[in-house]
Design a binder for this molecule. Structure first.
Ligand SMILES: Nc1ncnc2c1ncn2[C@@H]1O[C@H](COP(=O)(O)O)[C@@H](O)[C@H]1OP(=O)(O)O
Ligand SMILES: [Mg+2]
Ligand SMILES: [Mg+2]
Ligand SMILES: [Mg+2]
Length: 356
């Protein structure tokens, strides 16, 4: 009998690395050190993005020096902006986990500002279908992060083009897995009762645990999607940004499915985590611009966490997301994520409305 690899060490390192990175992102938010610079593509990039990416890559390089990394950010701009670089370094150099053993597992502090810049740039792998490749979105949902709403620190491990381990740190989601999504989820963050770490290993199911604890926490709980037969009672979630997914088409689809509640809007892969634990049910991300290619770091962890929770994740054509062809999901258009038993019904309505 062939048994599936357990990826125990990978999972532990990924969970701790994401946990440590969220300590930094929360500090950035609270210290209001949220300096924003424009990247070439004009998307907001914060101190938190660079700092979190440096910390996660440091942990991966310490534990898995041979592995390739596909990460969202690159250090070019930091090399020209000494103020920004020093601000980030001051945060990065003393962000650590409380638990000494856990911190040791991650390799401890980064040695110097120059090694921080080098680490950030190690995330430049082209990706692909061979070998072990980690993918990092240090802060997914930058706009949610800046407004105190939803964001996620995202880390996935692909082996030979398939996602095998996925971890999502969601500092502003309720800890309570049974809390249904509410309309204000995208904006009302207080720290009280919030912060959840989702994880999944291929064939081993998905879990959640409070983000505040250290080590391989015993209070890690198995999560699953809500069994839902009656789609009229479903909660569907979508991006806050109208430019990221087609709100108008999604509203028509929701209506055709008989869903009576308005959509729940929130930024980031927190949507995947939320449906995986049954706080919501369906996540639709229909393309606005035909030419946009989704990035692998925006989906890898969430795709596995939802599938391991009893869900199906496809594009609008019904194809599984293909992480094996590089830094983008060039073979896919949009995302349709729903509990497995109803996914086909949802997909059919998506295709009717999009006339494909
Ligand atoms: N036109 C687009 N269509 C879909 N996603 C987009 C588009 N433009 C940017 N994104 C990405 O959507 C992600 C946020 O998703 P959500 O809307 O679900 O919160 C970001 O990572 C963002 O990438 P980027 O970081 O390059 O801006
Ligand atoms: Mg970005
Ligand atoms: Mg992102
Ligand atoms: Mg990002």
């Amino acid at each position: 009998m062939v048994t599936a690899p357990s990826y125990t060490h990978e999972l532990q390192v990924a969970q701790l690395a994401v946990q440590r990175a969220t300590i930094l992102t929360k500090r950035v938010f609270h210290e209001k050190a949220k300096g924003t610079v424009d990247k070439n593509d004009k998307s907001p990039v914060t101190i938190g993005d660079f700092g979190a990416q440096a910390l996660i890559i440091a942990a991966l390089k310490h534990n898995f020096p041979e592995d390739a990394i596909v990460a969202e950010e690159e250090a070019a701009q930091l090399k020209e902006d000494a103020n920004l670089r020093d601000t980030i370094w001051n945060l990065v150099k003393d962000t650590k986990l409380d638990d000494e053993e856990a911190e040791k597992t991650l390799g401890g502090a980064i040695k110097s500002v120059d090694s921080m810049l080098e680490l950030i740039d190690l995330g430049n792998s082209p990706g692909g279908s061979k070998g072990r490749i980690w993918t990092i979105d240090p802060i997914d949902g930058t706009k949610g992060f800046l407004r105190g709403g939803q964001y996620a620190v995202c880390l996935g491990l692909m082996v030979d083009g398939e996602v095998r381990v996925g971890v999502l740190g969601c500092p502003n989601l309720p800890v309570d897995d049974s809390a249904r999504l509410t309309a204000d989820i995208g904006s009302n963050a207080t720290d009280e009762g919030r912060g959840v770490l989702f994880s999944a290993v291929e064939y081993k199911g998905a879990n959640s645990r409070p983000l505040t604890t250290g080590g391989l926490s015993p209070d890690s709980k198995h999560i699953g999607m809500r069994p839902i037969e009656d789609l009229t009672k479903a909660t569907f979630c979508e991006s806050v940004e109208a430019g990221h997914s087609a709100h108008d088409d999604q509203a028509v689809i929701s209506q055709k499915l008989g869903i009576t509640e308005p959509s729940v809007r929130m930024d980031s892969q927190a949507k995947y985590g939320s449906i995986a634990r049954g706080a919501g049910d369906i996540y639709l991300r229909l393309p606005v611009k035909a030419t946009y290619q989704e990035k692998i770091w925006d989906h890898a962890a969430g795709d596995l966490i939802v599938r391991e929770s009893g869900g199906q994740v496809t594009d609008i054509h019904g194809k599984r997301l293909d992480f094996s062809i590089g830094r983008t999901l060039a073979n896919n258009k949009g995302v349709v994520a729903a509990p497995l038993p109803v996914h086909e019904r949802v997909l059919k309505v998506v295709q009717e409305v999009l006339k494909i």
